[in-house]
Design a protein around this ligand. Structure first.
Ligand SMILES: Nc1ncnc2c1ncn2[C@@H]1O[C@H](COP(=O)(O)OP(=O)(O)OP(=O)(O)O)[C@@H](O)[C@H]1O
Ligand SMILES: CC(C)(CO)[C@@H](O)C(=O)[O-]
Ligand code: BAL
Length: 283
């Protein structure tokens, strides 16, 4: 077992490393994460290894994307486990900055993406995507990344980042990675660690409801009725509350009232055992 060749903890170290890669003519791919790595993250690392000459994984629990009542303090942190998980993957280096390296005294800039960031997750988590867009732009630019990859599990995040990269002419190709799931359909997620043995089996109810929703929509059930049915199904599975169930345009995430006219996506967010889960599927 081998750990990734380099662990860098500040941006100067990262810039020196990237300079040496670029001097050799290598392309650089970044896999941004918040750690507590699981098989979903590792699939992104594998995919990046097939696109870029050098693969960089970043691990940083970004405070600016968490709301005041969210789980920033409790978010799982496991550096030793993460480094072990990255052994024998295509990761060439891991960037693990601290808060001061990322947000030095006087840092006072934010990127705000428009309508696509305001709906769904943006409505439930005000300011969330400002924090995501700002840190992702900073990571891409610091790493001089030719490629950056994000999972479809956080589908709106992927759309927001694509939008930002296009609007700002960032010289990077944004890749999407398909959602990796547990055997019962639950999307792999760092927050799944919060479940106990009683709540964990119930969590699969979110994906089940979305699968049924895609069938209902394809069978021509009215969108409002189909979403209401899915919401009821999530609650019946044992979830305490549902933030949203939506049928949306796959690119803009605007509500899709006439499915079939454009590629669509079904998305939902709900709470179980104090854990906020999200999931989505193509329509
Ligand atoms: N099951 C998955 N399949 C594919 N990609 C994933 C999966 N889970 C997370 N990712 C992606 O990994 C990257 C880092 O995500 P993050 O570190 O927040 O992990 P997470 O499991 O999504 O955690 P959280 O519990 O906070 O949602 C993001 O691009 C995210 O979309
Ligand atoms: C992209 C990201 C690493 C930015 O902090 C985070 O939102 C995540 O892990 O999905
Ligand atoms: N995986 C998305 C990061 C977040 O929930 O803040």
């Amino acid at each position: 077992m081998s750990i990734p060749a380099a662990i860098v903890r500040d941006r100067t170290g990262l810039q020196t490393l990237v300079d040496s890669w670029k001097a050799d003519g290598a392309t650089v791919g970044i896999v941004p994460t918040m750690g507590a790595l699981h098989k979903g993250h590792l699939s992104l690392v594998d995919t990046m290894g097939r696109h870029a000459d050098k693969t960089l994984v970043s691990i940083f629990v970004n405070p600016t994307q968490f709301g005041p009542n969210e789980d920033f303090d409790a978010y799982p942190r496991d550096e030793a486990g993460d480094l072990a998980a990255l052994a024998d993957t295509p990761a060439d280096a891991v960037y693990i900055p601290d808060r001061r390296d990322m947000y030095p005294d006087g840092f006072d800039t934010a990127i705000r993406v428009g309508a696509i960031a305001d709906r769904l997750e943006g409505a439930s988590r005000p300011g969330h995507f400002d924090g995501v867009a700002t840190i992702v732009a900073k990571l891409i630019l610091t790493a001089r990344a030719d490629y950056a990859i994000f999972g479809e599990k956080d589908y709106q995040q992927l759309c927001v980042i694509r939008h930002m990269a296009a609007d700002l002419n960032l010289p990077v190709t944004i890749l999407g990675g398909t959602t990796v799931r547990e055997d019962d359909g639950l999307a792999s997620s760092s927050r799944n660690r919060y479940f106990d043995t009683e709540s964990r089996p119930k969590a699969a109810g979110l994906n089940r409801a979305l699968r049924d929703l895609t069938v209902d929509i394809r069978n021509g059930l009215d969108v409002t009725a189909a979403c209401a049915k899915a919401e009821q199904s999530i609650l019946s599975a044992g979830f305490a509350s549902v933030d949203y169930v939506a049928v949306a345009d796959a690119e803009t995430l605007a509500p899709l009232t006439t499915p079939g006219a454009r590629p669509g996506r079904v998305l939902a967010a709900a709470r179980l055992h104090g854990v906020r889960l999200i999931d989505n599927l193509p329509l």
